[in-house]
Design a protein around this ligand. Structure first.
Ligand code: UDP
Ligand code: MG
Length: 319
């Protein structure tokens, strides 16, 4: 086995056959002059196109390229975790396969790491080629998350970031199943700083984060770092009880005056309202309960179908 490289590049890829080659060339061009040595870890997250073939081809032509093929599509956050587990370098940079996270920024991230930071975020100054809806919703979401978690989650950062050795070790030690990596990394602590960049449009293909998945990720972030949604249930319950009491008093008053109009009998509305509040409360409890269930089952995060470019043959993630 060759000596450990200075930097590992961790790239999750799900149906990214059109981007892999360009990404590799770009990375080679930008990262080679900036570090002593690097390895490129490509994680094929159950792609149904030629992504794995491309990874194998690259790995055969360049020994710095390693591939990990997951047994199925486990999702972006888990693919990143699989990559992190495989890192051999002292530091690692996580970036997307679609070139939205420009490799040109990596030397700057490395520079900051050398200055002593354990976590260097690449923060999106400008987002090019994204829908108006995504920009606005993302901006609002990051700010809401920050308010609700009592945590200094940096706004406008994705998973594009550098992790130093201590941060890598700490992240590997976290066994959580519903992983929201950007939240976890903030939670780690250690000296952290940001580098601002322009987020590019996708190189090719379409987003692998349709709205449903994006909402899932957003909710993972909220539920794993905040109890506020649970409290919302309590608050809305209190409000409902308050309203019901006020309504009772009003109804009683009108009855005593014997002037309650006939239509003034919105019992149905009250019942619906109370039922709604209870359902919301139960739903929120269920969200947390489901997460507890996931943790208790304690299944491995992922399974590896095969690897290229490394001597390791393990099919289980390290525990
Ligand atoms: N990705 C993945 N597994 C998934 C979905 C996405 O590994 O289930 C990868 C994808 O190939 C890309 C990165 O995660 O490298 C970010 O996905 P995408 O670019 O589609 O998200 P967006 O930039 O649109 O938010
Ligand atoms: Mg993208």
């Amino acid at each position: 086995m060759t000596d450990a490289p200075e930097l590992s590049l961790v790239v999750p890829a799900f149906n990214e056959e059109e981007s892999i080659d360009v990404l590799y060339r770009k990375l080679d061009e930008c990262v080679t002059p900036a570090v002593e040595s690097f390895e490129l870890i490509l994680i094929d997250d159950g792609s149904r196109d030629e992504t794995w073939t491309m990874i194998c081809r690259l790995s055969a032509s360049d020994s710095r390229v390693r591939g990990i093929r997951l047994a199925r599509n486990f999702g972006h956050q888990i693919a990143i975790s699989a990559g992190i587990d495989a890192v051999r370098g002292q530091a690692a940079v996580i970036l997307d396969a679609d070139l939205q996270d420009p490799p040109e920024v990596i030397p700057e991230l490395v520079e900051k790491w050398r200055e002593g930071y354990q976590v260097v975020y690449a923060q999106r100054g400008v987002r090019e080629g994204e829908t108006w809806f995504k920009k606005v919703s993302a901006a609002a979401w990051y700010r809401l998350l920050r308010k609700m978690t009592n945590m200094d989650v940096p706004v406008d950062t994705g998973d594009f970031r550098l992790l130093g050795p201590q941060a890598l070790e700490a992240l590997r030690a976290i066994p959580e199943k519903n992983r929201y990596i950007r939240g976890l990394v903030t939670w780690l602590g250690f000296p952290q700083c940001a580098v601002v960049f322009r987020r590019k449009p996708r190189h090719a293909g379409v987003t692998k984060y349709p709205l449903k998945r994006l909402l899932g990720l957003a909710w993972d972030g909220m539920a794993s770092f905040s109890y506020v949604p649970l409290r919302v249930a309590t608050w809305s319950g209190l409000v409902a009880v308050g309203l019901a009491l006020a309504y009772g008093v009003l109804l009683l008053g009108l009855q005593l005056l014997a002037s309650a109009p006939e239509w003034f009998s919105p019992v149905l509305a009250v019942v619906l309202f109370m039922g709604g509040v209870q359902l919301i409360a139960v739903g929120i409890l269920g969200e947390y309960l489901g997460r507890i269930y996931d943790e208790v089952k304690d299944r491995p995060l992922y399974f590896i179908r095969e690897r290229v470019g490394s001597e390791e043959t393990s099919v289980l993630p390290p525990t």
